[in-house]
Design a binder for this molecule. Sequence first.
Ligand SMILES: [Zn+2]
Length: 217
Amino acid sequence: MGSQMHINRDDLVGRDHFIACPSCDHLADLSSMAEGDRASCSHCGHLLCVLHRAGLNRVMAWSSSALIFLLLACSFPFLSFESSGLKNVMTLPMTVVRLYQQDMPDLAILIAGFIILIPAMVLLLLFNLATTLAYGRYNPWTNVMCRFVFQLQGWSMVEVFFIGVLISLVKLGKTATIVTGLSFWAYAAFSICFILAITGFDRLQAWRRIGELQEAG
Ligand SMILES: [Zn+2]
């Protein structure tokens, strides 16, 4: 009882194929896992990891697709509202500018960060990491990038934003005519590709590959 030891899961995975269950801290030995396997905690049943077949190639495909969809989502109208003869067309970057102009700089920074900048950074890092690991080009920065990517993942709120937009649309639909633009669908496609890219990049698979490359070079 009393003091609790903080376990850094990245340190454990890197050394001995051990992983600490995020739900109950039980240590599981995953050294016998092969591609295509999935492992759950023997104590609480929490899903620990899934070793996808051709995992790195999938991450490369999903992250590059997500980046293209994000670029499209920022380039075209997101939504247009029509109420009492007034039409208002909004793009994603324009929502950030409007918030800033309406004396809400903190909200503008939060929206720009969580919805556009952090997801874009996560995707660029993921694509870079997956390419580096898939082609066996290890360098000392690979470890730093890998840790950073796992830490950033918790700070992007793509799916939360998209669900928020859908709820607002249902509410606003009663008072105004809403037309969803090309960017809206591009952002929906981006959200799906983004989630597939980050769930496809498995912690154990990544650290195992880094271990192999460190031993080889
Ligand atoms: Zn557990």
